[in-house]
Design a protein around this ligand. Structure first.
Ligand code: SF4
Ligand code: SF4
Length: 404
């Protein structure tokens, strides 16, 4: 089947019921059918069947989609909107390229997934690191001991039977300082060794959003070939960023790529992995200060793609006296990869729904398991001049409270 036929076939599953429409953030903002899932599906179908010609307005409506997959979660006909949108974006990629895009979008999309450029970005980000790290260490010092008291080697010697491979993503080292140490610390404390590959390719999410199917397929192939011995039944691959977990799990859709399904079957989001692990190997955590209300941001990849939002609460409830409170999750926060740079007005409008809710509930700490959302929240807090609110990955919060 050709790509055009696949687009038509996927789109034909839509029964036009409109149930998805109130769940779509762009419809909420624009109140236009073209900015809704049903409208976009019809546009992709008409484009694939050559029934309409493209225009900047039409391409903008399609490009405004955040890829949040809220429509997919509620669709009674189970339309695979993500797959349809990836194929549709590949179809229109050449036309989008000819449109003027903000430099910031081009930079993010070009630089982040590039293994060659990542060391340079890392070096640049390190110039900011002392400031951020001092806060991170200060916070850790509150609770217990420094992470190097549990070395990978020491703990691995307790139990050498099980390893996990950590897919850290393109942005973890750049924007979430300490997250890799934090997850290793928790997993090592349960007697499991963490293998961190020196490098891996981007999971492909950014290329797919850009409509660059060839590049995405190369990245998928590289990860499948390089990362893991697929015959090692005991080895799982865990991803720290929800977006990567969702995308790596979706490799099974690329059925023509050898071993794609076998690889996808090994993927587990880090939140899920830790929930299971801590049941088998309970650890001690120090209680939260009662005055700290923790706002839980549910990322779209966790809620709509992985459908594992409850696991985030279950994981954090390992911390005694923690008061968890879900931040308004009606819509996507607007981060959506490079979307917040490409369409800052839409992105900020969506974020403000969440910030207003968090402000009203007086959260002092916001946890988010998606790096892009965390960055968007940090910027939003600055923009609104909201001070003394910390944004943290849930795994870093757990590591901070860990008692040895
Ligand atoms: S809910 Fe599903 S079937 Fe109904 S309009 Fe939306 S995409 Fe189409
Ligand atoms: S993925 Fe999100 S933004 Fe895009 S059409 Fe679906 S609900 Fe709307």
């Amino acid at each position: 089947m050709t790509t055009l036929q696949t687009i038509s076939q996927l789109a034909n599953q839509c029964v036009l019921c409109g149930i998805c429409i109130p769940h779509c953030p762009t419809y909420h903002i624009f109140k236009s059918e073209n900015e809704s899932p049903r409208g976009r599906i019809a546009l992709f179908k008409a484009l694939a069947e050559n029934k309409i010609t493209t225009s900047q307005a039409l391409l903008s409506s399609l490009d405004h989609c955040l890829g949040c997959r809220a429509c997919e979660r509620v669709c009674p006909s189970q339309v695979n909107y993500a797959q349809l949108s990836h194929l549709g974006r590949a179809l229109i990629a050449s036309e989008l390229q000819s449109l003027k895009q903000p430099l910031s979008k081009k930079l993010v999309e070009t630089l982040l997934p590039s293994p060659q450029l990542r060391p340079w970005l890392k070096l640049a980000s390190k110039s900011l690191q002392p400031f951020v790290m001092s806060n991170h260490k200060k916070a850790k010092g509150n609770s217990q001991k420094s992470s190097n008291q549990v070395t990978s080697k020491k703990v691995a010697s307790k139990n050498k039977q099980k390893n996990v491979l950590l897919f850290h993503g393109c942005t973890s080292e750049l924007f979430e300082y300490g997250i890799i140490d934090d997850i290793k610390q928790l997993i090592n404390a349960c007697g499991i060794n963490v293998i961190t590959p020196k490098k891996h390719s981007c999971c492909g999410a950014i290329s797919l959003r850009k409509g660059d199917m060839n590049k995405a397929r190369t990245q998928i192939n590289d990860n499948i070939k390089q990362l893991v011995n697929l015959d090692d039944k005991d080895l799982s691959i865990i991803a720290i960023n929800n977006v990567c977990s969702a995308q790596l799990s979706d490799y099974q859709q690329f059925s023509d790529i050898p071993n794609a399904k076998k690889f996808a079957d090994k993927i587990m989001d880090a939140i899920h992995f830790l929930v299971v692990l801590l049941k088998e190997h309970p650890l001690q955590f120090s209680p939260m200060q009662e005055s700290i209300g923790v706002g839980v941001h549910i990322s779209c990849s966790l809620k709509n793609a992985l459908k594992e939002e409850l696991l985030l609460f279950e994981l954090l409830e390992n911390i005694p006296k923690i008061k968890l409170d879900k931040i308004n999750d009606r819509f996507c926060c607007g981060a959506a990869g490079s979307y917040r740079l490409q369409y800052p007005e839409i992105a900020n409008q969506l974020l403000d729904i969440k910030l207003d809710d968090s402000k009203a509930k007086q959260h002092k700490l916001i946890v988010s398991s998606n790096f892009g959302c965390s960055m968007h929240f940090k910027k939003g807090l600055q923009r609104q001049n909201i001070q003394k609110v910390e944004v943290l990955h849930p795994i870093s919060l757990l590591a901070r409270q860990l008692i040895f």
